[in-house]
Design a protein around this ligand. Structure first.
Ligand SMILES: Cc1cc2nc3c(=O)[nH]c(=O)nc-3n(C[C@H](O)[C@H](O)[C@H](O)COP(=O)(O)OP(=O)(O)OC[C@H]3O[C@@H](n4cnc5c(N)ncnc54)[C@H](O)[C@@H]3O)c2cc1C
Length: 451
């Protein structure tokens, strides 16, 4: 079937494969843009991940735009990023978020993944809110998509046809392969075990109450080191979510998946004989110890084919070290919501998806590359990358570090207008380049638009 040509805006019947963070976000954005949306999720959510997910201002802004009830996610609003000395626990690099909301208009939220998911799900399928509530069908695992007819076939035998299909099916995406992208990936040199600590248990054990800092805290992670502990307080501070990184030769979890039996606590503690005793004490009472497989994916060449596109981890899986995986999925969703809104969508689905790839791929690829660098050098991490006056600050290339300004001063509408103008061969007169205001000076001295 030939792709429809521009005939003016019309309501589409959209299928979203995968009902995770990105799938729910895109369902919200597209229902608000006036479309009928059905989400197909392979699971029944029984094995949802019990860990934190951070949502910086570039993600939070869309939650507000979509009138999501953020309080339902029970977030911790972060006040600081703290990098601590590996052995003593003394702060060595601190990035204050005191003026964050004032500068960027939105706060930096730390959610528990299950709460964040429930919050998004309610906005996607709930009766309240703009547009027609999305439908959610669980136990629908996508097997095939016929790119000519845009028909999805599920493992349960059901087949459905949609005007537009969004593959939001995560890191192991089936849709990605169906549109012809076969990832080149290698296991990271670094591995991760995650554990949860109840703040109450830590306090009872006489340990520091880290939740009082309302900070994303890091032990180690300085240049060249794979060892790093990342602490994210969530659930209003009641839960401390710990990501514990170490070199792969100290424990290879590439063949283990989240959701298997918990690992013993000794396995979590073994790589860290010299770690600050306070945080070590927290890990010693850690529960739900689960491996997180880490892979490095080369960037993909595109994010759509015909009338099928991919988003989130399906489109640009990244290492966790910029805490931007969820935000990038939310931004993808926002881009689709804008492109298919009455203000921009003129009936040509493939053209809108071309602009989607043009807008999303460069930005997500930049974050993906920066996340891989921050794996072994915390100075490359957004926020710490601005602390360039510290004596140990060293980055690969100061002109290329990813800065908080690029993440949060970004205007997606302007980026879309620029790319749309380029596709149509018309002149873009806005004072933005790739969504960043011309003249904006980044902390690394780069001025947007300067030769
Ligand atoms: C432990 C952990 C901690 C993380 N911490 C952070 C963090 O602090 N900050 C951050 O920004 N990001 C974090 N991330 C990454 C973040 O969760 C992901 O980047 C984000 O969830 C991407 O959303 P997604 O919708 O692409 O994928 P997911 O949220 O993984 O959703 C994919 C969905 O697709 C479904 N699915 C898969 N295959 C099929 C199929 N064939 N048919 C139908 N459905 C299918 C899955 O069941 C799942 O529900 C973390 C991830 C993990 C695992």
């Amino acid at each position: 079937m030939a792709a429809p040509q521009a005939t003016g805006w019309r309501k589409l019947n959209i299928g979203v494969v995968g009902g995770g963070i990105g799938g729910m976000s895109v369902a919200i954005a597209l229902r608000r843009a006036g479309h009928d949306v059905t989400i197909y999720e392979r699971s029944d959510y029984a094995g949802e991940v019990g860990a934190s997910v951070s949502c910086a201002a570039n993600g939070t802004r869309w939650l507000h735009e979509w009138e999501v009830d953020v309080a339902k996610g029970d977030p911790v609003v972060l006040k600081k990023l703290i990098n601590r000395d590996w052995k003593t626990g003394e702060p060595i690099s601190v990035y204050s978020l005191d003026d964050y909301e004032e500068r960027w208009g939105y706060v930096y939220n730390m959610f528990h993944r299950q709460y964040m998911h429930a919050m998004l799900k309610e906005s996607a399928i709930g009766e309240d809110g703009k547009g027609t509530p999305a439908k959610l069908l669980v136990n629908h695992k996508c097997k095939e998509i016929d790119l000519q007819t845009n028909t999805i076939t599920f493992e349960n035998g059901v087949s459905v046809n949609h005007d537009l299909i969004v593959g939001a099916d995560g890191i192991g995406s089936a849709v990605r392969g169906i549109i012809g992208i076969h990832p080149v990936r290698k296991p990271a040199e670094q591995q991760c075990l995650h554990c949860n600590v109840m703040t109450e248990d830590a306090v009872k054990a006489g340990l520091v109450n880290y939740s009082e800092n309302a900070a994303l805290e890091y032990w180690g992670g300085q240049e060249g080191k794979w060892d790093k502990i990342v602490l994210s307080p969530c659930n209003g501070g009641k839960l401390l979510s710990y990501y514990c990184f170490f070199p792969r030769d100290q424990g290879d979890y590439t063949n283990q998946a989240w959701g298997a039996e918990d690992r013993p606590v000794e396995e979590l503690l073994n790589p860290y004989p010299q770690l600050d005793r306070q945080v070590f004490g927290h890990l010693a009472i850690g529960k739900e110890i689960q491996p997180w497989r880490l892979w490095i994916h080369d960037p993909y060449p595109y994010m759509h084919k015909s009338r099928v596109c991919i988003l989130g981890d399906a489109g640009h899986p990244m290492m966790p070290h910029q805490s931007q995986g969820a935000c990038m999925a939310i931004e993808d969703a926002a881009a689709l919501g804008i492109l298919f809104s009455p203000a921009y969508f003129d009936g040509n689905i493939e053209e809108s998806l071309t602009v989607y790839t043009d807008v999303r791929l460069p930005r997500a690829t930049r974050v993906q590359a920066a996340a891989a660098k921050a794996a072994y050098n915390i100075n490359e991490r957004i926020g710490f990358s601005n602390n360039k006056d510290l004596p140990f600050y060293k980055v690969e290339d100061a002109k290329k570090v990813l800065t908080i300004e690029e993440m949060n001063a970004y205007d997606m509408h302007r980026d879309i207008e620029e790319k749309l103008a380029s596709l149509k061969g018309s002149q873009y007169a806005g004072k933005f380049i790739c969504g960043l205001p011309i003249g904006l000076e980044l902390p690394n001295g780069i001025i947007i638009g300067a030769a």
